[in-house]
Write a protein that binds this ligand. Sequence first.
Ligand code: ADP
Ligand code: MG
Length: 714
Amino acid sequence: MPSTSGSPKTPAAKNDRPPALKRPAGLEAIFQPVTLVTGVGSAAAKALTRLAGPNLIDLLWHLPAGLVDRRYNPTVASAEPGRIATMTLEIGEHLPSRRPGMPYRVRAGDDTGGLHLVFFQSRAPWLQKLLPVDSTRIIAGKIEAFNGQKQIVHPDLVLDPAEKHRLKPIQTVYPLTAGINGPQLERWIDEAVRRAPDLPEWIDPPLLKREAWPSWRDAITHIHAPEDEDDLSPLTPWRRRLAFDELLANQLALLLVRERQRRATGRSTKATGALRAQALKLLPYKLTGAQLRTLGEIDADMAATTRMSRLLQGDVGSGKTIVAFLAMLSAVEAGRQAALMAPTEILARQHLQTIAPLALKLGLEVAVLTGRDKGKARARTLQGLAEGAIKLVVGTHALTQDPVEFRDLALTVVDEQHRFGVEDRMRLSNKGKGSDVLVMTATPIPRTLTLTSYGDLDVSKLDEKPPGRQPVDTLTLPADRLDEVVAGVGRAIAAGARVYWVCPLVEESEVSDLAAARERAAELSAYFKGRVGLVHGRLRGPEKDAVMAQFAKGEIDILVATTVIEVGVNVPEATVMVIEHAERFGLAQLHQLRGRVGRGAGKSRCLLIYSPPLTETARQRLTVIKESEDGFVIAEKDLELRGAGDLLGTKQSGRPDFRLADLEHHADLLEIARDDAKRILSTDLELASPRGKALRTLLYLFERDAAVRYLRSG
Ligand code: ADP
Ligand code: MG
């Protein structure tokens, strides 16, 4: 079945695969490899690529980390220890290191006195070439006093007086990487800045005026030539301008994608409501107000001829799965198909367990497709999906792969979106003609991040927990009270509770993570013979499932785990969560972990064990988690505590990496960018006006080419 999209009525549909557009002419100058810069060879290019990126533009985006004032030019006698000085000195005798560990020293001085230049672990031939005896050198570095003598350890700069022109009174300092030194990088970036072209202005003139922002080129020039510490602030007009550019490109790109999905590719799914009515009767509970409202939003999207792109945010346990299932039934009622994709095998199986029994009572089969399903069963599923005999399927990433075809996929539900890239989401939904997409996430996402990462999605929130949930009692305990915890766990088990025990997250290596978990499991087994199981990331799927199943059935009472239980696992009888080294977890993670308990009727507890001393941030994190159970509140606090940083994890998140914008400082600009992008597209959807054309340049500048491809060339 063809995977191209679209209702032929809409003009944009014809532009499904327009030829790749050419980058606007002005940009060619900076989308050139860094090797174009004088003095950058292939080794330096490699290092630069690692550090900043492969092109000149990446050097422009590589922002200064600091500056050094080289304007202090004392004589040796007057040089004050502790200050950074630049001096012209005569080079004297070399005093090589006499013992390993001792420095190599070089005498130097002027009319007023002498000092030592000190080098550790440096090679003599190199030093002899750098500092020939009886030569004159300009030396810059920090003056130190040692044994009543002045010295400079590893001078920042050694120049032949003939190269004096290379000495900048104020030197810009950049983040470095191995194989590149500061002055080199400064020189290369200077050259990149000189090559930066004038670009047409894409910012709305009133805004530009109000903020008194410089042009793009001036902003770039300024940002690389700071004159004092204040110039390095994220709040300078030039930095704010560049941050705004980036945010505007981001918002424009997201809105273009979304607009295009809306207009071009949707189909109406005509649900009868018959299956849903039956399903609702079978449920042992009533839907919450939030669930009903969300379903209403999804129904409206699915019925519309536009394509649904909706994000369903709901805390752990807020009842997303049933909402997804009821939406999937609409597809079946319309004679079409629905797929649910989860990030892990365990989660896919768990969704299956929730959905399949209910589906069965409605006379529907739910197929499953994961990496583990092989052979005949898999072939049968693939055939059933292609022919349309199978209406509902649950699976993992395997669903996105090539052999999987649908007869008529109406709805794609993607769980735990942030583990998938945006491409995965598209790859699956594109297996259907204009298939509607519902993305579910249990990680509450603050609004700023929703805008920047999910700006192409409409948002529904399950902000109401099903009734009867009891709050989880959360306690913090220092690690030296572990004995009490073990005793408490013993009492809880005796009373019929089941316990999760999450083991330290050791950042350095997965191996030590595992060792800690194994050790803990062994220790607990000594107390609670035969009642302890262990799951970790290294276990193979079936082994992991087997242990989880034992825990779910109550054959074991304590499940020791690395963080593999982080998402989704549902064992209502589990009422105790112990988290060791809680100070090492992020807020979102703690919240997720705690969400594993408090799902059933019993009173639940979460014990956060920490090892003092706590950093201030760690202390605040533990306080937040103790005081709130509201995922949205926790997410906002998280953002406050550590900035937008890696709230969603890094690469997999699909979150754009901002290079100039820093949401901690530029959140106000995000709002402006959002409104501006909306306004632009409402009057100039194809970016064809003069400002529109400048905005195309902006999209290219920030490499949002994919979004430009949605536009007609012009
Ligand atoms: P989530 O996927 O959002 O973490 P689930 O869909 O797994 O949450 O729901 C958690 C539990 O709550 C499930 O056992 C589910 O059957 C139950 N549940 C869902 N909706 C309701 C409701 N409205 N009332 C009572 N229980 C509900
Ligand atoms: Mg629709």
